[in-house]
Every structure is written in structure tokens, then in C-alpha cells.
Ligand binder design. Structure first.
Ligand SMILES: [Ca+2]
Ligand SMILES: [Ca+2]
Ligand SMILES: [Ca+2]
Length: 261
């Protein structure tokens, strides 16, 4: 039996045995979270059996490039076990952090926290993916900073809308530049997702008083100014007074980079 046939069989088994209503994801493989800090995309297999990913492909867009496709054979030999995750490292550090590298799957749009759209496709019974075939579209996510619309990604996003994976092409998950995590929290087994189905976790970088995502001399300077002028920004323990404890908390946050990345 050819691998593609096994894959198709696995998928059709998943279809018939796990899901019974039209509202549920017919494939049962979802992009459940994206750890922005580590550039890790997590696929989860909700099925009761493994899914062989031979022939599966991603298509990605960012603010300036649209419809970047991974290789037809990129996923060959990779299986995602039942009720298990597969980590895809968009920053290609799988040798350190585990999972598989995006670069091993083929071309990806460069990851941007400011705008990124990603759609997952499964092959037909001949092992082929037609990106304009809505029946082969499995899951879609799109996020941007402050949910800003990025028209360059529209062709890909419209594809996801046509496939019943996303509500409207210009609705983006409301990410932030220094967000930590995007997580699918609502309607996990639904095929159609909206930005409201995802939780965003933002870590507050304690010593980053200039709010630029980095800690450096300018933050020390901003702290000293705020402290001298007894501004709320320098009241690190929020007790209404400015004293040694605030200096201590700031210095500790600064040296440990608490909440920053
Ligand atoms: Ca990583
Ligand atoms: Ca700063
Ligand atoms: Ca204080």
C-alpha cells in the first residue's frame, strides 16, 4: 500500500469514526497555539488514531509576501499521533527546542508578529494539494498587531473564508508586537474559526519603562526620572510611595529581564 493511500485511509477513518456532525472539523488536526516568544506553532491531532502527514502543505503570508507554499514532500515521513501535538519551529531551532523546523517543510513567509497568515492543507487521494480546493483546506490562523488588516495576504485569507475556515478575510487575531502566546480557546472542534476563538497572552516586561520591548540604558534613565519626580511608573510595588524597595524591584527586573524576550 502506498503511503498516500494509507494517509487517505487514516483520514477517512478519522472522518467516519470520530466525527458525526457537519459542524466538526472533518480532519481533526488543528493549529491550537502559537508561542510567539519561541516561534513555535503547535499542531494537535484530535482524532483517536494517528494521522500520517505525507503530502500535507502549508501556505503562508505576511505583510509583504503572499501565498508562500511549503514543498509537496515537506511533511513526508511525519506522523502526528492521536491526541498529540507536533511542534513546528518557525525560527528553525528544532535542534535546541525540539519539534521540526519550518525550513524542512519548504518555504515559509518570514515570521512577523505584525502580520502572519497560515493555512494548512491535506492532500487528495492522489497525494496532491490544490490550494484552490476548499475541501483540502484543514485549518487557518491570521494574526496581526492590533488586528490591523494587511491586504497583501488577502488572496490566501479569502481562500480560508471560501473553505469555511475563517469568517472574513480582513479579520485578524488581535496580536501584539511582544505577545507571548496565541491559543485556540473557543470552538476547538469547529472548522470555522474567528479571531474571538483565540486567547492572547502578553507578558509585561517589568523594567521596560519605555515600552519598546527592550531593556537598556533608556529604561534606567526613564526609571530615574520617574523616581525623582515620584511618578507612578517608578512605584514598582504600587504602594503609593517611592523608596528603596522600588529601586530594588526595578534593578532586579532589569538584571533578570523579567517578562521580557
Ligand atoms: Ca523556536
Ligand atoms: Ca525599553
Ligand atoms: Ca513603591
Amino acid at each position: 500500500m502506498k503511503p498516500n493511500l494509507i494517509s487517505a485511509l487514516t483520514i477517512s477513518l478519522a472522518l467516519t469514526s470520530t466525527y458525526s456532525t457537519a459542524n466538526e472539523d472533518p480532519i481533526g488536526v488543528s493549529m491550537i497555539s502559537f508561542f510567539a516568544r519561541d516561534s513555535e506553532l503547535l499542531l494537535f491531532n484530535f482524532n483517536n488514531q494517528p494521522v500520517i502527514l505525507d503530502g500535507w502543505r502549508f501556505i503562508t503570508s505576511n505583510s509583504s509576501n503572499a501565498n508562500i507554499q511549503t514543498d509537496p514532500q515537506g511533511f513526508d515521513g511525519i506522523t502526528i499521533n492521536q491526541h498529540s501535538t507536533l511542534i513546528i519551529q518557525l525560527d528553525n531551532d528544532a535542534d535546541i527546542s525540539g519539534g521540526i523546523n519550518a525550513s524542512d517543510l519548504g518555504n515559509f513567509a518570514d515570521y512577523q508578529s505584525s502580520a502572519f497568515a497560515i493555512t494548512l492543507f491535506c492532500p487528495d487521494d492522489k497525494g496532491q494539494v490544490a490550494f484552490d480546493n476548499p475541501n483540502q483546506a484543514v485549518d487557518h490562523m491570521q494574526w496581526s498587531v492590533n488586528a490591523t488588516h494587511h491586504p497583501i495576504a488577502d488572496t490566501q485569507n479569502q481562500l480560508a473564508v471560501d473553505a469555511g475556515l475563517w469568517n472574513t478575510h480582513d479579520q485578524w487575531i488581535d496580536g501584539r508586537e511582544h505577545m507571548y502566546l496565541i491559543e485556540l480557546s473557543g470552538n476547538q472542534l469547529s472548522q470555522l474559526h474567528t479571531p474571538e476563538d483565540y486567547d492572547i497572552l502578553i507578558l509585561h516586561c517589568l523594567a521596560d519603562l519605555t515600552n519598546d520591548g527592550n531593556t537598556n540604558f533608556f529604561d534606567v534613565s526613564a526609571f530615574l526620572n520617574a523616581f525623582n519626580q515620584t511618578q507612578p511608573a517608578a512605584d514598582m510595588n504600587h504602594d503609593g510611595t517611592h523608596n528603596f524597595f522600588d529601586v530594588s524591584i526595578f534593578l532586579n527586573a532589569y538584571t533578570t529581564n523579567a517578562g521580557c524576550f
